[in-house]
Design a protein around this ligand. Structure first.
Ligand SMILES: Nc1ncnc2c1ncn2[C@@H]1O[C@H](COP(=O)(O)OP(=O)(O)OP(=O)(O)O)[C@@H](O)[C@H]1O
Length: 650
């Protein structure tokens, strides 16, 4: 298809970017490409400067055979893929790599600076366009022979049978991890990451089909092919939106604020409690919550400030130490506590984990908060949701009680909803400091926790914060609305103050074990789902890496004083490949906007498969048949060329 009806020299120039024109005399020594391809040249008598008689070339043949560059007589590929293009008759095939042959890299040692390209021996030419210096990514451990020892084409020489039951050292095994590559785009040829894992898998023979997505379950069985859409390839929309909103909330700042610029080692304060009402009901002091960034570690924390608190007993604040040991998924972790005068008063500050965009259970179910006015009607809380809250809070209380502590504050406004159904006990440790001198024993306070727990569930079930004032009515409502098992569990908690050795959180947990199992099962399902989403993101991460590399190379205006760098040599394939992937048009000339095509191509490129593709220049005058493997090598070597100055600097 190439060069039909065009003087071959022109084609050669197009094909390769910017080869130097041969002089007319030299052209006579070159067999016309049209003769090679079509058997004759239509321009033979119309001024074509090339040789049309192969017999006349014999004298120079031995020399010309050694040359293997863009001016070589044919660039017709010898091996065609099954894409319907038939192989031409006998002709010497030139690898598309020839495009980056000698003319593009003039020897500095060449005495002549003329326009003619410096003749090179075949082996030199091979070095010119071969990209052997760039190591091809092969997961380590799949191939046990170097090309010298093996079959010469990098083939796999099995040394032993694959035994899936052979235990192998984990990537964390000392010595299993190779040197960490400083290249963020690295395919990990050093084995610093994934490669190290495979490095010890002796006898593993089957290379992974890296170009295929390997969806990890759970799978939706009833989705037909045509029902799948672009969302199936990426993180689910709702999850993405939630994560993005949370990161936006985390990074939110408040310019021109009246708040102090610095509170101890925290800065960038943003108030989280937007009610502006001083409420001293829970702790005896008005409390305020701020998001703040730590200047020690750069992470974000929630600071709870108790306004006007004066520390009279040093030991009181030290009681927070015990809370640092409570590490439980159902408790908001406490990190520190200190007094501060940054707010122009004497304040007590508690530092806890920050959970962006969380609400309290009161905000969610009791319509109590002003942060979400009108958004939540006090709808009936389904039984499964209540069980979910109960099992999680029981989990938190167990950890607190096991550490010899008591939550002390357990009410809907002090339990955080940090995700759809994820709750955490908040505001712990505060009463331990402000009511340090209390006479009540820990056992007593723990029993009180159980009662508070029962009252909170009752309040949520009744959808009313005032239920506490009419317990009989609340119990009636609860009995009507929920199953006997749930009702009995809550009633058991409400009787928690009885001086009964058995009345502990552990007994309660034993009693609700069947519900624990169902919550546990839901958690495992969620875990599976998130792992599956993570697996997909892993695939997409590979593609971003490739697109970054292509973006660095394609259309680069100049590199090492060469304005044609991105257009010449193997970079020319990368340009055509970019067109093939992103700029294809259909029969009507409309853009092919097919994400599947893009992802497939890029995954195959990442895997460097042997499959061949047909790259055509925009003017349709040049075409190449190349394998993804070759394109991958071209990408790697061009990228390595770009990395050279960076390496020199280190
Ligand atoms: N650790 C935290 N991370 C993120 N946000 C939090 C955190 N703790 C509390 N918040 C947010 O701050 C808001 C106020 O919390 P707070 O505990 O003061 O509840 P409240 O409803 O204002 O109760 P009160 O009236 O007793 O102050 C909550 O709605 C919650 O969204």
């Amino acid at each position: 298809m190439a060069s039909a009806g065009k003087p071959p020299l022109e084609d050669a120039r197009r094909t390769t970017g910017s080869p130097k024109m041969k002089s007319r005399e030299n052209a006579k020594d070159t067999l016309c490409r049209n003769v090679t391809i079509y058997g004759r040249c239509r321009y033979e008598d119309k001024g074509c400067a090339f040789n049309h008689d192969p017999s006349k070339l014999n004298a120079n043949q031995s020399d010309s055979k050694k040359r293997f560059n863009v001016d070589s007589p044919s660039f017709t590929p010898s091996l065609l893929s099954g894409n319907g293009v038939s192989a031409p008759k006998k002709s010497t095939a030139i690898s598309p790599k020839a495009a980056s042959a000698a003319p593009f890299q003039p020897r500095t040692t060449s005495s002549s600076r003329s326009n003619t390209s410096t003749p090179t021996t075949r082996s030199e030419a091979v070095q010119d366009w071969a990209v052997a210096d760039v190591q091809e990514f092969v997961p380590q451990g799949f191939e046990h022979v170097t090309p010298l020892q093996g079959n010469g084409n990098g083939g796999i020489a099995p040394t032993g049978a694959f035994d899936p039951f052979v235990t192998t050292p984990t990537p964390m095994t000392p010595g299993a991890v190779g040197p960490v590559s400083g290249n963020p785009y690295s395919h990990d040829p050093t084995g610093a990451m994934g490669g190290a894992f495979f490095a010890n898998q002796t006898g593993f023979q089957q290379p992974i089909q890296y170009h295929l997505y390997a969806p990890i379950g759970p799978h939706s069985q009833n989705t037909l092919g045509y029902q799948r859409n672009v969302h199936d390839l990426f993180i689910p929309n709702d999850l993405r939106e939630e994560l993005q909103k949370k990161s936006a909330a985390t990074l939110q700042t408040l310019p021109n604020t009246q708040l102090p610029a610095q509170v101890d080692y925290f800065h960038s304060l943003v108030p989280l409690d937007l009610s502006h009402q001083k409420n001293a009901a829970t702790f005896g002091y008005p409390s305020w919550i701020y998001k703040a960034q730590s200047s020690k570690d750069g992470t974000f924390y929630a600071l709870r400030r108790l306004e006007g608190y004066r520390l009279t007993n040093e030991k009181a604040i030290r009681s927070v130490q015990a809370w640092k040991r409570v590490c439980n998924a159902s408790v908001v972790t406490i990190h520190d506590a200190f007094t501060s005068r940054s707010f122009q008063d004497s304040s007590l500050i508690f530092v806890t984990d920050y959970h962006p965009l969380s609400k309290t259970l009161a905000d969610q179910h009791l319509n109590a908060g002003t942060r979400f006015p009108g958004r939540h009607t006090n709808a009936h809380v389904p039984e499964q949701i209540l069980w979910g809250y109960m099992t999680q809070i029981a989990n938190g209380l167990k950890a607190i009680h096991a550490n010899g502590l008591a939550a002390r504050v357990l009410e809907p406004s002090k339990v955080l909803l940090t995700a759809k159904t994820r709750v955490r006990i908040n505001a712990c440790a505060i009463l331990d400091v402000v009511q340090f001198d209390t006479q009540r024993t820990v056992a007593d306070l723990q029993r009180q926790d159980l009662v508070n727990f029962g009252q909170m569930i009752m309040t949520l079930g009744a959808n009313s914060p005032t239920v506490i004032h009419n317990p009989t009515k609340a119990m009636e409502h609860f009995t009507r609305a929920y199953s006997p098992q749930l009702k009995n569990s809550v009633f058991w908690l409400l009787n928690g103050l009885q001086m009964d050795q058995e009345r502990t959180i552990d007994t309660f947990i034993t009693g609700i074990s069947s519900q624990l199992m169902s919550t546990f099962d839901s958690a495992l399902h969620l875990d599976d789902q998130l792992n599956s989403d993570l697996g997909r993101e892993l695939e997409n991460g590979r593609i971003v890496r490739l697109m970054s590399k292509l973006g660095l190379i394609n259309e680069r205006p100049e590199y090492e004083h060469d304005t044609r760098w991105s257009e010449s040599g193997e970079r020319y394939f990368l340009k055509l490949f970019r067109d093939y992937v992103f700029h294809s048009v259909d029969g009507q000339g409309d853009a092919v906007v097919d994400l599947g095509h893009i992802l497939t191509c890029l995954n195959k490129l990442d895997a460097g498969t042997d499959e061949k593709i047909h790259l055509v220049s925009r003017d349709e005058q040049s075409s190449f048949i190349v394998s993804y493997k070759e394109v991958k090598k071209a990408l790697e070597s061009s990228f390595q060329a770009l990395m050279k100055p960076a390496r020199r600097m280190h």
